[in-house]
Design a protein around this ligand. Structure first.
Ligand SMILES: *Cc1c(COP(=O)(O)O)cnc(C)c1O
Length: 219
């Protein structure tokens, strides 16, 4: 069933869009199912759960941290995490840089933006992101790469609201690209779209969709 769900989603995703299979709260046996079907990019939102699953699963899996990250927990994932989607402060970025360096690695990061109506969702404003990218501290970091941006749309069935939020996120990407990353080809990802809205997100320029319940069932 999980394998069929995965296949049904993959046929709807263009080949230049990356699927992050969101595995939070699901048992390792479910992750093994999609692994057997060829999926290698997994998204988790909690540090401890990601570490536990990393320990139990094959080492060619690419782990993406998609949930809010506290600075004091960066050290637990720094040895293996492939991408952190939820960078929302200079302090956090500094910590990721420090822990990446300790592990002799470079960690790819996305800046998370607040685009939804709900106040509870984490993320930066465009101004806050610019402030981070303008700091000397950021410019001197050698063990992190900002490879794009991430955002979550409002939890609503109103497609026009969701579409508008995705468009806003895409416009932030263009602004940052032209101001800070014009000649940097690594800056190319727009992580937007979940089970309910990933097709809309792809229409609006998503390069990375984070899909959980449509593959693994409701949580
Ligand atoms: C849980 C989660 C998803 C996946 O949500 P589904 O609706 O189950 O596809 C995507 N992104 C983030 C940040 C999440 O926490």
């Amino acid at each position: 069933m999980i394998q069929e769900n995965l296949k049904a989603i993959l046929v709807t995703i263009p080949s230049d869009v990356t699927l992050v299979a969101v595995t939070k709260t699901k048992p390792v046996s479910d992750l093994e199912e999609v692994y057997k079907a060829g999926q290698r990019i997994f998204g988790e939102n909690k540090v401890q759960e990601m570490v536990d699953k990393y320990d139990q699963l094959p080492k060619d899996i690419q782990w993406h941290l998609i949930g809010h990250l506290q600075t004091n927990k960066v050290k637990f994932i720094a040895p293996f995490v492939t991408m952190i989607h939820s960078v929302d402060s200079l302090k956090l970025l500094n910590e990721i840089n420090k822990e990446a360096k300790k592990n002799n690695r470079n960690i790819d990061c996305l800046l998370q933006f607040h685009i939804a109506e709900e106040e509870t969702k984490f993320g930066l404003s465009l101004e806050e992101a610019k402030e981070i990218l303008e700091t000397r501290e950021f410019v001197e970091m050698q063990n992190v790469s900002i490879v794009g941006i991430m955002g979550m749309a409002s939890f609503t069935t109103n497609q026009e609201i969701v579409r508008h939020e995705f468009r806003t996120l895409e416009s932030y990407f263009q602004v940052l690209k032209s101001h800070f990353f014009k000649f940097n080809h690594e800056f190319k990802e727009i992580s937007m779209g979940m089970s309910g809205d990933y097709l809309l997100a792809i229409e609006e320029g998503s390069t990375m969709v984070r899909v959980g319940s449509s593959i693994f069932g409701a949580r």
